[in-house]
Design a protein around this ligand. Structure first.
Ligand SMILES: CC(=O)SCCNC(=O)CCNC(=O)[C@H](O)C(C)(C)COP(=O)(O)OP(=O)(O)OC[C@H]1O[C@@H](n2cnc3c(N)ncnc32)[C@H](O)[C@@H]1OP(=O)(O)O
Ligand SMILES: N[C@@H](CCO)C(=O)O
Length: 389
């Protein structure tokens, strides 16, 4: 165990934005697809220090296109970590008290094994030869990383969107290892409408002639146009009609009049083009296919005989669910149905619906009510866990 603690050096603690840390388990990853993934890597970051009782660990699960750089400068984009506003010394998730772990999901493209990784059978990138990865597979891999740190029980698992799906999966399949769980802006299954949007995005990628059946790395050119269009369509779903109206209305982009052509006349067009173009600089097209598929396949009730409450039978985990009024991707009803299932399972659960026009991606923004909910829930759970004030 001492060796496991030593795996996290002082340099890592002092320089959390230091190069990507990777863990290669010596066991294969058992996949829901019925195969084994071996070898495989998990890229991760940690912040803070694990206490002697190993009771202060918080696992943060990232969303569809997020990564492990939750609270340090992102080495690809140069931007702050995606929850740096929330996590750090003296912040709401205080890394002078808690040991925070965030890992890149398996199937991703920032250091964990994914479709761009080398297939040991061919010596070439996996491409579509990588087996389909599920949310449960991602969580199995994270559990191996948590084992690597010698942590039996996580104090908290939290995350939004696809991160929230991982939180629910942790609570369902490793309930004895989770003291408290905070799924945000998520659902216990991906809805028909959400699968539909993902399918549009995947078809945009696959229709790009540079995709080459997923073997684009062999050809030296990536399917950037298709991936950008996929992101543009998806990005609309992360916002809301009201937010788009508030931010852009029908304002024109750097011009006084319509051009009577197909340039980006409107600010919203220019904005979406920007979102699409910047996305392709930081994300792999095949990873996008795999991770959207993982979300589509997620159906916690189906995995437990069709009754969601059975996924949480006997749980002692404390839950807090958060939804946003303008989130049309994971509307409040999705969270409410999870709350009902938790009630039926006799779980300890609280629920916060936050009034905002910022849509689904509100969980990534400076949202005071969200931070107040996280703060209150973690403070009360920490007292119950004997982790002090
Ligand atoms: C959970 C995780 O794991 S992280 C997930 C991965 N990360 C993301 O999804 C982040 C991408 N998402 C976003 O940027 C989402 O819009 C939000 C909602 C999170 C950010 O919202 P805001 O902070 O309000 O930023 P906003 O939506 O206005 O976008 C700002 C960007 O649009 C650009 N922009 C704004 N207006 C225009 C315009 N008219 N024309 C062109 N570009 C524009 C800005 O220059 C800025 O660009 P930059 O990000 O390259 O610096
Ligand atoms: N916009 C976030 C959340 C999507 O669910 C992302 O790209 O990961």
């Amino acid at each position: 165990m001492a060796a496991q603690r030593a795996a996290r050096t002082k340099d890592e603690a002092d320089h959390p934005s230091s190069p990507v840390l990777q863990f290669g388990p010596d066991k294969p990853l058992k996949l829901d697809a019925g195969t084994l993934l071996s070898p495989f890597q998990i890229a991760y970051q940690t912040y803070g220090t694990l206490n002697d009782a190993r009771s202060n660990a918080i696992l943060v699960c990232h969303a569809l296109t997020g990564d492990q750089h939750v609270a340090n400068t992102n080495p690809v984009t140069g931007k702050p970590g995606w929850w740096e506003v929330l996590i750090g010394p003296g912040k709401i998730i205080d890394t002078s008290r808690f040991f925070v772990i965030c890992s890149n999901v398996v199937g991703g493209c920032l250091g964990s094994t994914g479709p761009a990784s080398t297939n040991p059978a061919t010596g070439k990138p996996y491409g579509l030869d990588l087996p389909i990865i599920t949310i449960r597979d991602m969580v199995r891999a994270q559990a191996m990383l948590v084992d690597h740190f010698g942590i039996e029980k996580l104090f908290c698992v939290l995350g939004g969107s696809m991160g929230g799906m991982q939180v629910l999966e942790w609570a369902a399949s490793h309930s004895e290892r989770v003291f408290c769980a905070l799924p945000i802006a998520t659902g216990a299954r991906h809805s028909s409408q959400n699968i539909a949007f993902h399918e549009v995005g995947r078809q945009a990628v696959m229709a790009d002639p540079d995709w080459h059946g997923g073997k684009y790395l062999d050809f030296g050119k990536r399917p950037e146009k298709g991936l950008a269009v996929a992101r543009m369509a998806a990005h609309i779903t992360y916002l809301s009609e009201a937010a788009l109206h508030r931010k852009f209305g029908r304002n024109l982009q750097d011009r006084e009049a319509l051009t009577f052509g197909f340039d980006a006349d409107f600010q919203i067009e220019s904005y979406l083009r920007h979102q699409g173009m910047t996305f392709v600089d930081r994300f792999d097209a095949n990873s996008y296919l795999y991770l959207t598929r993982a979300m589509d396949y997620f159906d916690l009730a189906a995995d437990h005989g069709g009754r969601l409450a059975d996924a949480f039978a006997g749980t002692r985990t404390r839950f807090c669910l958060v939804s946003f009024t303008s989130d049309w991707l994971f509307p409040t009803e999705e969270s409410r149905s999870i709350v009902h299932a938790l009630n039926a399972a006799g779980a300890s659960v609280s629920f916060v619906e936050i009034e905002t026009d910022r849509g689904h991606d509100a969980f990534l923004l400076d949202e005071p009510e969200l931070f107040a909910a996280i703060n209150g829930f973690i403070a009360s759970a920490a007292r119950a866990r004997g982790l002090g004030a």
